[in-house]
Design a binder for this molecule. Structure first.
Ligand SMILES: [Zn+2]
Length: 215
């Protein structure tokens, strides 16, 4: 499970690192009240369609060919790609086709209306929980993690975001901390389910084996 969780945020980890060293650029409005006051001005290496294709292929090549785990290779490549698909579904148009191609940029524009984005993202999180058939604790973790970021989505709700105005590198570092806390939280509360479904699978396999042996 840990490789899947890390893969879905691999693009974001790269974005944090490239922002901290100044290769990718984020800007903010002089006053920061919500996410739409932050502009992901330049991020073609972490967040472009071509960069994701290359990264997903590299992950597949390493895991499927080098480590000889083809099913894992495919799963992790899909996990890596899922990040840009969800970003395209939510961001204002800030995702380029490839490094060096400044226009056009893509994104649904949902983040231009942060409160609507909050509702869509929380609903999506709950839907994923339902599909995953997770525990009540996992549902609580998903809702609490979303609510903790509410001030970033609601211009009228004050929060720590105003401190980030003019400090995009601190914003990038905060996103780094935020995704680590999110992954640890989701990973921790999803563990019991993962463990029990593995046990179920073992029991199912054990139940099937004697029948197969009889044949
Ligand atoms: Zn992203």
């Amino acid at each position: 499970m840990i490789p899947v969780l890390l893969s879905v945020q691999l693009v974001e980890f790269i974005w944090v690192a490239l922002n901290l060293v100044g290769i990718e650029i984020t800007t903010t409005e002089p006053q920061l009240r919500a996410l739409n006051d932050i502009h992901l001005a330049h991020m073609p290496y972490s967040h472009s369609i071509a960069a994701t294709a290359v990264l997903a292929f590299a992950v597949w090549a390493v895991v499927a060919k080098l480590l000889n785990k083809p099913a894992w290779g495919l799963a992790l490549a899909v996990a890596v790609s899922s990040h840009i698909i969800l970003d395209l579904a939510t961001h204002v148009p800030d995702i380029a086709i490839a490094p060096g191609i400044e226009a056009p940029k893509f994104g649904s524009g949902l983040y231009a209306v942060p409160l609507l984005a909050f509702i869509v993202e929380t609903t999506y999180g709950v839907w994923c929980w339902w599909m995953f058939r997770g525990s009540k604790a996992l549902l609580a973790a998903i809702v609490v993690l979303n609510l903790a970021a509410l001030s970033f989505y609601a211009p009228l709700i004050p929060g720590p975001e105003h401190l980030l105005a003019g400090h995009p590198k601190i914003f990038a570092a905060a996103i780094g901390v935020h995704i680590i806390v999110g992954l640890v939280g989701v990973g921790f509360f999803a563990r019991s389910h993962w463990g029990s479904s593995a046990t179920e699978a073992q029991q199912r396999a054990a139940a099937v084996r004697p029948r197969a042996a009889r044949r």
